[in-house]
Design a protein around this ligand. Structure first.
Ligand code: NAD
Ligand code: GLY
Length: 362
């Protein structure tokens, strides 16, 4: 097992990464203030992993309530969030009951938001089961639901007490979901960790083949990067925004196509290529850099062109981004491979050219 800490003063917490951790409920016990927990999961993950976690906790004297939600990004909404509150209230859960999110980023984001709101905040644990959630969404305390007008627009910063990433759960993850997670892994290399990017260039096929050592290394290294950024800028007043490379374009794809059509990582990959195209227009990357990034995303089996949405619609959707300030779009761009900045001086015309150059058949 590998472990690291997200350093946030009295709200610091460990991330445990290893194979078979779901079978070690004793790892969670020190983080439960009372002998009651609610596990929030979905109809796909529950049949695979809920019993194992619940049985282990019950064997240690914990009363376990289960909240099994419909699966899918299209259910990351107010109605499904309310289903969690129904379960919490229906089972007389108290402020000191712990909410355990067992699943991918959708369950983690929604469970975390429920935990932040229920009785103004209950203890929360992340048990991520997708590559994307193990490398990104379970760490850092961003929780949210979607709104028809924009992704993750209603939410809270709310840190978990512990993150338990059982890498053996990735064995049941569909290939397309594994690739989606790789988009966020590659992101860390592109924005701040060039040696990791080079490692990925040598090992991307091993990751796709689910080589356990390669996966463990990539998950740990991603979490180290995320933990450093979050510790430096928990509330995204500065550096944390860099974690959103490709996301402003990507969120426009996810919202524009209808939640669940494009996977989050797929939209981030295509959005990254749009940010790369804009960085190239500004002269911050050269053609070799562009081809290098494109090649790695292609090898990870990710899209390098965006969804066929009208450019005006892209711009309209992008203006709902949380990084917009005084109506100005702030975009994460690359100043060389391995280094990112937030830039607010791109004209609409420049952004249009970048998007158009990355649309299918461009
Ligand atoms: P997801 O939660 O939808 O999971 C992907 C699919 O895999 C789902 O169908 C799920 O049921 C299934 N699944 C999960 N674990 C499985 C397993 N072990 N075996 C088989 N199937 C499994 O998607 P995701 O990619 O994990 O997360 C995407 C979400 O995360 C988006 O909503 C995105 O906005 C959010 N996100 C949040 C942050 C953050 O900082 N909070 C960061 C990045 C992404
Ligand atoms: N996924 C972006 C962040 O956590 O800040």
């Amino acid at each position: 097992m590998q472990s690291l800490t997200v350093q946030l003063g009295e709200r610091s917490y460990p991330i445990l990464i290893g194979s078979g951790l779901l079978r070690q409920p004793e790892l969670l016990l020190p983080y439960l203030p009372r002998k009651k927990a609610v596990i929030v999961s979905n109809t796909t993950i529950a049949p695979l992993y809920l019993d194992c976690l619940a049985k282990g906790l019950r064997a240690n004297g914990i009363e376990v309530v289960e909240s099994v939600l419909p699966d899918g990004e299209q259910h990351k909404d107010l109605q499904t969030l309310n289903q969690i509150f129904d379960t919490l209230l229906g089972n007389r859960c108290e402020r000191s009951t712990t909410l355990i999110a067992l699943g991918g980023g959708v369950i983690g984001d929604m469970g975390g938001f429920a935990a932040a709101c229920y009785q103004r905040g209950m203890p929360f644990i992340q048990v991520p089961t997708t590559l994307l959630s193990q490398v990104d969404s379970s760490v850092g305390g961003k929780t949210a639901i979607n709104h028809p007008l924009g992704k993750n627009m209603v939410g809270a910063f709310y840190q978990p007490k512990i993150v338990l990433a059982d890498t053996s759960t990735l064995n049941t993850l569909p290939d397309r979901e594994l690739s989606s997670g790789l988009a966020e892994v590659i992101k860390y290399g592109l924005i701040r960790d060039l040696p990791f990017l080079e490692w990925l260039e040598h090992n991307v096929e091993s990751l796709l083949e689910r080589n356990p050592e390669a996966l463990a290394f990539a998950i740990h290294r991603s979490c180290v990067n995320k933990a450093e950024v979050v510790a430096a800028d928990e509330r995204e007043t500065g550096e944390r925004a860099l974690l959103n490379l490709g996301h402003t374009f990507g969120h426009a794809i996810e919202t524009g196509m209808g939640y669940g059509e494009w996977l989050h990582g797929e939209a981030v990959a295509a959005g990254t290529m749009m940010a790369v195209a804009l960085s190239r227009l500004k002269g911050w990357l050269d053609d070799a850099d562009v081809h290098r990034i494109e090649h790695l995303l292609l090898r990870a089996k990710l899209p390098i062109t965006g969804a066929p949405i009208a450019v005006d619609r892209y711009l309209e959707l992008m203006r709902h981004d949380k990084k917009v300030e005084d109506g100005r779009l702030r975009l994460v761009l690359l100043k060389g491979v391995g280094s990112a900045i937030v830039s607010d001086d791109s004209s609409d015309a420049q952004i249009r050219v970048a998007i158009e150059s990355r649309l299918p058949n461009a």
